[in-house]
Design a protein. Structure first.
Length: 78
């Protein structure tokens, strides 16, 4: 469900910078399930981190209208 939600946002977004950040979020989600443990670990850390900033998970979710807590829940990240 969550990949489809984000994929749809990438496809439907018309504002270029939002389309870019939606693609970043989608790639991070894919990285969570990567076979490479380093990639997976890095993605998990990014999703779990509560820092704020231009490339932070929380701010990207908010920019795209997603609830970061809900995205984490759907990805089984506690």
């Amino acid at each position: 469900m969550i990949p489809t939600l984000i994929e749809d946002r990438v496809e439907l977004e018309t504002i270029p910078y939002k389309k870019l950040w939606a693609a970043v979020l989608l790639q991070a989600l894919r990285d969570l399930y990567d076979e490479n443990e380093a990639v997976k670990s890095s993605a998990f850390y990014w999703f779990k981190n509560d820092r704020r900033g231009i490339n932070a998970f929380i701010d990207i979710c908010e920019l795209l209208g997603f609830n970061p807590v809900e995205i984490r829940r759907m990805c089984n990240i506690k």
